[in-house]
Design a protein around this ligand. Structure first.
Ligand SMILES: [Zn+2]
Length: 207
């Protein structure tokens, strides 16, 4: 979702979290756990001593529970990114709640904590989504800065974009998935270097 699209939406959906409560920057990684991408991300975050929130897909959690445990062991937070990664837009209440509930159950069964945050797949949702997700115990959390890492830009373009656009309090979106598994090591360290050298503090998004 482009930033010009997010801006008006912030006013329409006041119950949705778009940014952090203070000046810190918050990193988020969608689509994991991924057997190749997630360990690379974890290693980089460890090197920089920063923590992040991983929005997990339930059916992938069932496949790779040990990666969920590795995320949690490193002190990161886990959020809900639906069970099947299908869009929640214009689907029935039952279907949406089922997607959220089954993902929460998968995370709990993997040994992770109960998620309190939900991010809709593809960043799209409709006016009914926040209340449906809230009924399953999660707040809806979007982002202010999209790295567009899933569209395979040159790593330097991702770094430039992150450093140029990120403002105090922003939530930044990255992915740990098939697309980024061979690429994340080429833009994540540079992005973190850029943010830290600009004086930003990176911390875990409070749940
Ligand atoms: Zn996703």
């Amino acid at each position: 979702m482009a930033e010009w699209f997010i801006l008006p939406l912030r006013n329409v959906f006041p119950s949705v979290v778009w940014s952090g409560p203070g000046a810190d920057i918050h990193l988020t990684f969608d689509d994991g756990p991924h057997p190749a991408a997630t360990p690379v991300v974890l290693e980089i975050l460890r090197r920089y001593h920063v923590r992040a929130t991983f929005f997990l897909v339930g059916e992938r959690v069932q496949k790779y529970p040990e990666i969920v445990q590795a995320i949690v062991a490193d002190g990161h937070a886990v959020g809900n990114h639906t069970y099947s990664h299908r869009s929640v837009m214009f689907r029935s209440t039952g279907k949406v709640r089922d997607e959220v509930r089954r993902c929460n159950e998968a995370i709990l069964e993997s040994g992770g904590p109960r998620p309190s945050m939900f991010r809709p797949p593809h960043g799209v949702f409709d006016p009914t989504t926040p209340a449906r997700v809230r009924a399953e115990g999660c707040s809806t959390v979007l982002f202010g800065v999209n790295s567009w890492d899933f569209s395979r830009p040159h790593p330097n373009r991702i770094i430039d974009r992150i450093v140029r656009l990120t403002r105090p309090g922003d939530i930044v979106l990255f992915h740990d998935n098939d697309v980024t598994q061979d690429r994340v090591e080429h833009y994540l360290p540079g992005s973190l270097d850029g943010l830290l050298s600009r004086g930003h503090t990176i911390s875990l998004l409070p749940s």
